[in-house]
Design a protein around this ligand. Structure first.
Ligand code: ARG
Length: 278
């Protein structure tokens, strides 16, 4: 929700309290490589990862968001990335069907959580679909990746399951293997994105849909500045994306930087560790 500050032409941003799902990181590690960030020769500092995750949770709670925590599961180091759990809208949960065998057992864990929490229907997708890592809700429609993790066939399943329009965006750079690494939805009219992560046609669609879309530099994109969780005012994001923080601020948002260095070694940052329960 926005309005204009009288006489200034500046947009006044308003935060809306969110309901979020996180998964505690006690079993987080990098023990296989399924994206270009996961380098098995680089050690992960587990204690630091734990502190960074706690700090993220504290930031959300400090902003007044309601955070649900599901426990980690031994042997599932990527379960901490709850953005991939499901697409959730209107109390319906379409649980992820993962591309890589290493992550496939996560679906049953997430399904159980949604069933226990009373989401109905809650079902594992039939088509390959990595949840809100690849499907970003904008008001009453969805932007969905076409890439290595989510297929075009999944978009039809999303449309049928939620009854909402789905706009395909094609990813074109293996470093940005999930849509939420390449595009941030700041509010219903404002996105930030890294043009180089998309095909030219898809970058054109983003520009058509969102007048004045914020363009991230490659440096800020690889610093995971687009992997951001916005409540309409506050934008929680990697503190390393310094120019992007300034751009968010210039648009009237309140960027809040968090250090996610250890999670980034697995290819995920603030938004990847967070799922909005709609
Ligand atoms: N290691 C995880 C993977 O490659 C990271 C997932 C990050 N999640 C996200 N929503 N981008 O699957």
């Amino acid at each position: 929700m926005t309005s204009t500050v009288a006489g200034t032409g500046l947009t006044e941003r308003v935060a809306r309290t969110r309901h979020l799902l996180m998964c505690s990181p006690e079993h987080f590690t990098v023990e296989y490589s399924i994206n270009p960030w996961m380098d098995l020769t680089v050690p992960v500092d587990h204690a630091l990862a734990q502190r960074q995750w706690e700090q993220l949770r504290e930031v959300y709670e400090g902003l007044g968001h309601q955070v649900e925590i599901m426990p980690g599961t031994p042997g599932l180091p990527d379960l901490v990335f709850t953005a991939n759990a499901a697409v959730v809208h209107d109390g319906r949960a379409l649980v992820a069907r993962f591309t890589h065998p290493q992550r496939q057992p996560e679906s049953a864990e997430y399904l159980r959580w949604f069933q226990d929490a009373g989401y109905s229907p809650a079902a594992i997708a039939t088509e390959q679909n990595e949840g809100e890592g690849d499907v970003l809700t904008v008001g009453r429609y969805m932007l969905a990746a076409v890439g290595s993790r989510t297929s075009l066939a999944a978009h039809d399943e999303l449309r049928a399951f939620f009854g909402l329009p789905v706009i395909p965006l094609e990813l074109a750079d293996p470093r940005f293997y999930h849509l939420d690494t390449a595009l941030a939805v700041l509010d219903e009219r404002t996105v930030a994105y890294y043009p180089g992560a998309f095909t030219q046609a898809s970058a054109g669609i983003i520009e058509q849909l969102f007048a004045g879309a914020i363009r991230a530099s490659e440096d800020d994109a690889v610093a995971f500045g687009l992997n951001a969780m916005s409540d309409g005012l506050n934008v929680v994001m990697s503190s390393r994306a310094t120019d992007l923080m300034k751009q968010y601020g210039a648009r009237g948002f309140n960027p809040i930087g968090v250090d996610m260095s250890e999670l980034i070694k697995s290819g995920g940052s603030a938004k990847c560790c967070t799922l909005e329960l709609r």
